[in-house]
Design a protein around this ligand. Sequence first.
Ligand code: ADP
Ligand code: GLC
Length: 487
Amino acid sequence: MKILMVASEFGSFAKTGGLADAVYGLSKALSNKNHEVAVVLPRYYIIDKRELKDFGFAFKVNMGVLGDISFGVFEKRLSKNLRLWFVDYELFFGRKGLYDDENGNPYTDNGIRFVFLSKAALEVAKRLNFKPDIVHAHDWHAAFVNALIKTKYKDDSFFKDTSSVLTIHNLQHQGLFDASLMNVMDIGWQHFNPFEFEALGMVNLLKGGIKFSDAISTVSRRYAEEIQTPQFGFGLDEHLKAHSCRLFGIINGVDYELWNPSTDRYIPKNYDMDSLENKIDSKRKLQEFFSLEKSDKPLIGFIGRLYEQKGIQLIIEAFDRMMQMNLEFVLLGSGKKWAEEFFKEKAEQYKGKFGCFIGYSEELAHLIEAGSDMFLMPSAFEPCGLNQIYSLRYGTIPIVHAVGGLVDTVENFDAQNEKGTGFVFYSFDTSALLNTLKWALDIYNDKYTFANLQRRAMSVRFDWQTQSEKYIKLYEFAKIYRSLKDG
Ligand code: ADP
Ligand code: GLC
């Protein structure tokens, strides 16, 4: 198959979160299976042009009331079947942030920027004669591509055999913009209605994308169910329900070439199931990094964006009581200023027991995965989540709130039947969190039981090799759906 991916993030080229890992992992796995994959991405300011091949000619796209825009395209070939096409247009993408300015405010023209990316994607494919069997759009940034195929490009013979798939990585972000964006999208105001692009008098790019895609997926089965309820639907639950016959959940894979304690180059001593005793070296190094006491108390780790999604308000509320427990705690993350300030202050107050690093560090993330005994992930909602999957592989027992991908990847510990891979709490409140933590600490003290729990966790796999097969099935579904629907 020829697959055209369209996304705003990819691997280490442009990353703010798990979206980048997922698009990269899936593209790589599909291309390894001999599918031809091209990924269209913005050429952000941070992506060095000198590393890329310039096609050297101008591409053109019509942006409705804004008129024509000509832009460049750079290519990076990652392997025989995998190439990246970077859409280069300084005015839109020549900025420091991907989505936000230095103060953390979204750029006011984000709607225009990503409508441009969507339109450019199809023009680039055409001009470079890449006739896709599948267009696979990721999140709201690219969702409009699938609507373009069914509207503006409906009669374009180049795309006559193209089916479309949309993956929702996070329903919280939908791409809501002033209705005037319709004049830039330029597919006709008849599509500005509550069943397509209109929501609360505004344009909702994700909503329209859902309507026009041949198949829709999200990144776990549980999340696919949750988003059809008012609690997790962010206002789109009814809309998703209306399209649920083509909505599926496929859990992400992770890259075990990067996240594997037996080969990880960021940790002092590699280990695996049969050499678990070597994990202590990472723990000691982590304790040293954060100037914690080099005690044998259980060490709890946290890595993530400091936003409400990740349940940081629970951690904040429970913090002082957590500090009364027999544990050590380390946190790596950045995000909301008030949360960053909170954790910095607490690190002063609880020196030797709690350490935090506010910022982004790949290296430290690996050390935390390896050096912690347990990993805390109390997300309010979590479409998939990657860190709990890394934690499993590192024998770092996840403590998670029962939502979304956390449910699909972590099985609650069951002492009687010697089953389970982590600790799960079911209500989103501090007492549930603290009680579960207490339970986890008790089990930690039972060395034999805890080591067995670690071994079970370490044997779990969510690899892209397997998960990409499910996407291939999804692509087949999209093709069939389109042929039935379009006659
Ligand atoms: P989300 O995409 O919602 O942020 P995921 O769990 O899917 O959550 O993915 C987060 C990814 O970003 C993981 O690869 C994680 O290791 C990484 N990450 C998040 N925050 C940091 C940080 N401060 N430093 C290093 N890596 C981080
Ligand atoms: C989003 C979600 C996260 C998921 C990631 C990759 O950022 O918040 O749960 O793992 O996308 O699909």
